[in-house]
Design a protein around this ligand. Structure first.
Ligand SMILES: [Zn+2]
Ligand SMILES: [Zn+2]
Length: 424
């Protein structure tokens, strides 16, 4: 009897374990609700006897892509209010030809970008959907951070015009340079000037499916979005027969339905349910209802959009993706859409080919350094700006040359620097 009981318990345990493993490892086709569990299934060499399956995990800087393959990485999927676990909107697209493009670069996203171990030289093209901080709040980190860490050329930005000239991308970048004037001038004392420059390409936000970028076989088109003011757009990237769409913040709109048709990969915002905005985001009910259903797209509306355009993969973002929110959002989408769906989280990675779209989580370092590119880090021309420290401030220096002397001498020898040419 005892043996029978033990056997029964073992059998039940096995069945339960089987179900559990099934739940963890056999994800529903085209479905990614279990992102955290997927991320835990790390691959790679296990020991000298074999290797773990390379399941669901992307290790940055370890893979080359096929010449017609695309990799998309969610570097920010959250909200305007900051949170350590989820940055605001940022999508990085890498093409098999080496081209890389940002679609938005929201607050907090550059820490995720840096963890992908891509040289700053390859991160110089940014397409902004609109000028809310949760979509370009980390532009400063890319601009100044990349400038100090090896970018060799100007940063290039594409973005929409606004209802008036001062509401457009060009004016925003001009104001940005005024705001960061102290930063710019002081860094210019030593850094090369070109990578500190920002090249702006502003286009008409009303343009329908207009080509705003056309180089190296890559076409990027824009079309209008309906948000809290004129000057929000969505983008479609076309390359080698692939079409990827990145929606800016928007109420459901006819342009998206028209121009995101026949796309392989469609990213569209999907806001929290209004009750979540009240309960967790601390918004007053009338504000929450307006935000969640008038200037953004509700989960049900997201479902209707995707069930109409039927992409190979639909991606929902712009909500804090956690246990308390994701199930209700998911169920709401599923009321109206039963196709392939990703509930985006930061560092989710998709590889897109003609045959398949795979989804994984990046496993990346918290303490990433910048990665050298193909060109050496440039040096500024001496005297390109006058010294920015006055004699009055200089006079307050306290002498440490005695303790630094050996270290400096060794450094100059190691890097072949001529002491006569080195001025302060
Ligand atoms: Zn917005
Ligand atoms: Zn937003």
């Amino acid at each position: 009897m005892r043996t029978f009981l033990t056997m029964s318990v073992c059998l039940i345990a096995l069945v339960v374990a089987g179900l559990y493993i099934g739940e963890v490892y056999e994800r529903p086709p085209g479905d990614s609700l279990l992102t955290v569990k997927e991320a835990q299934a790390a691959g790679g060499k296990k020991d000298n006897k074999g290797s773990a399956p390379d399941r669901y995990v992307y290790f940055p800087a370890t893979e080359t892509m096929a010449s017609d393959e695309i990799r998309v990485i969610a570097c920010g999927t959250g909200m305007p209010a900051a949170r350590r676990g989820e940055a605001a909107t940022c999508w990085l697209v890498e093409l098999g030809n080496g081209d890389k493009f940002f679609f938005d670069i929201g607050t907090g996203s550059m820490a995720n970008v840096a963890a992908l171990l891509i040289p700053y030289d390859n991160l110089d093209k940014v397409f902004l959907t609109h000028l809310h901080t949760d979509h370009w709040g980390d532009f400063d980190a890319l601009w100044a951070g990349g400038w100090t860490a090896g970018r060799t050329e100007a940063l290039k930005v594409w973005g929409p015009s606004g209802a008036t000239p001062e509401m457009g991308t060009k004016a925003a970048i001009e104001s940005f340079m005024k705001t960061f004037h102290w930063d710019y001038i002081t860094r210019l004392q030593k850094l090369a000037s070109e990578p500190g420059r920002i090249e702006v390409h502003e286009f008409d936000y009303r343009g329908e499916n207009q080509v705003v970028y056309n180089e190296n076989g890559v076409k990027i088109r824009s079309f209008p979005a309906i948000h809290s003011g004129d000057g929000s757009v969505s983008y479609a990237l076309e390359w080698k027969g692939h079409k990827l769409v990145f929606g800016g913040d928007t109420f459901p709109n006819k342009w998206f339905i028209k121009y995101a048709q026949d796309a392989d990969f469609v990213v569209h915002e999907c806001m929290h349910l209004p009750g979540q905005m009240v309960e967790w985001y601390n918004q007053a009910p009338p504000v929450a209802l307006y935000v969640a259903t008038q200037i953004h797209t509700s989960p049900q509306a997201f479902g209707k959009i995707m069930s109409t355009i039927k992409p190979r993969r639909a991606v929902a973002y712009h909500f804090f993706n956690e246990e308390s929110t994701r199930y209700a959002i998911y169920e709401s989408i599923r009321e109206v859409y039963d196709g392939p769906l990703s509930m985006a989280a930061d560092m989710m990675v998709w590889n897109i080919t003609k045959d398949k779209i795979t989804e994984r989580m990046a496993v990346s370092p918290d303490d990433a350094w910048s990665v050298p590119g193909s060109k050496p880090p440039p040096v500024g021309k001496p005297g390109q700006v006058p010294p920015q420290l006055s004699q009055e401030m200089e006079a307050g220096s306290w002498d440490v040359s005695d303790v630094e002397a050996n270290m400096v001498k060794k450094f100059m020898k190691d890097y072949n620097l001529d002491p006569k040419k080195m001025k302060k």
